[in-house]
Write a protein that binds this ligand. Structure first.
Ligand code: PBG
Length: 337
């Protein structure tokens, strides 16, 4: 056969590495860590095999386990001892994240990022205090309202709470903050608050394009953060929309976000790739709990090889354009690299 082009030449064992276009390093990965103020011992998270909620006293040990694998960054999520309508435990000086931060940042070299949101702290499980939604005249019949008024998150009241949260996290030692509530104006508000308090050096990783996704299911069990009623579609994005993601990222860029996150990752690789093309910020992708749980479930049935499938998933996310990946596979994959 007279074939000029034989791409298989570069797929031979010894040359594959040389021509490989994408690489994955432990330093690209961020490991989520759950700290639980209601726990007095480590508790496995059933829907996320291999992960656990740890009490504050175990937070340092947990982070050290992560560091041993070569992963250098963690993202902290907190489960508070109590919840209320406003989520006040989210910014308490003796709150679960604040206590854990002080220990982790003084006792380890980890780069510590905090998830900044209210849903784990409010008793209704939404990402901010609630208000009755404004309804159109058409909804009101002569006999009064045609239906129960709808509750939604009060955007600007949530912003005021987010300011208090980030300042409390920065005071306790957070290296980076990551607002995840999809409130309008959250990045600008947080930037101002940090700067005002002398934390100009603390970067913001914005969950810039965060979709209302079924893939958060296992996390909501893990962090007790399921909404008590309704869903998050009033603030998280519609999975049908891609252009809107560019608009969200642009707004966050204007407000001073340092890193742009897309979440979830695998079902939204088109968005990761578009953000990579259109912006020059580092791009992060969140390989979420459902993406982790489904591979585990399939592997448990013997239907796929967990390690290979995990590695391939993370490689795809990088290939799409992510610089960093937040993933529950961080430790396992880093150990294998
Ligand atoms: C909080 C938050 C959620 C996740 C990360 N931060 C839950 C949600 O929005 O419902 C989900 C992460 C995952 O599924 O791994 N706002």
């Amino acid at each position: 056969m007279d074939l000029t082009h034989r791409p298989r030449r570069l797929r031979q064992d010894h040359v594959r590495g040389l021509v490989s276009e994408t690489s994955l390093e432990p330093a690209d990965l961020i490991a989520p860590v759950f700290v639980d103020a209601t726990a007095d011992e480590r508790r496995p998270i059933e829907s996320m095999p291999g992960h656990e909620r740890v009490p504050v006293e175990e937070a340092v040990a947990r982070v050290e386990e992560v560091l041993e694998t070569g992963v250098e960054a963690v993202m902290l999520f907190g489960i508070p001892e109590s919840k209320d309508p406003d989520g006040t435990r989210a910014w308490a000086d003796d709150g679960v994240i604040q206590e854990a931060l002080r220990r982790i940042t003084t006792e380890t070299d980890a780069y510590v990022i905090t998830d900044v949101c209210l849903c784990e702290y409010t008793d209704h499980g939404h990402c901010g205090p609630l208000e009755e939604e404004l309804r159109s005249e058409d909804d009101v019949t002569e006999g009064g309202p045609a239906c129960e008024p709808t509750l939604t998150v009060d955007n600007d009241a949530a912003l005021a709470a987010l300011e208090k949260i980030v300042v409390s996290h920065a005071r306790a030692g957070a290296d980076m903050v990551a607002p995840s509530g999809m409130m309008d104006g959250m990045v600008g508000t947080i930037r101002d608050a940090l700067d005002r308090e002398g934390f100009e050096h603390v970067p913001i990783m914005s969950y810039a394009a965060k979709y209302e996704s079924a893939f958060y299911g296992p996390f909501r069990d893990a962090a007790d953060g399921a909404p008590a009623f309704g869903n998050r579609r009033h603030y998280q994005m519609d999975p049908a929309n891609a252009r809107e993601a560019m608009r969200e990222v642009r707004l966050d860029a204007e407000q001073g976000a340092d890193v742009m996150m897309v979440k979830p990752a695998l079902p939204y690789l088109d968005i990761v790739s578009a953000v990579r093309r259109e912006f020059d910020h580092p791009v992060a992708a969140y390989n979420v709990s459902g993406e982790y749980a489904m591979l585990h479930a399939a592997a448990e049935k013997g239907w796929l090889d967990l390690e290979e499938a995990a590695l391939e998933s993370l490689l795809s996310i990088k290939r799409a354009g992510a610089d960093l990946i937040l993933t529950y596979f961080a430790e396992d994959v880093a150990r294998g690299l």
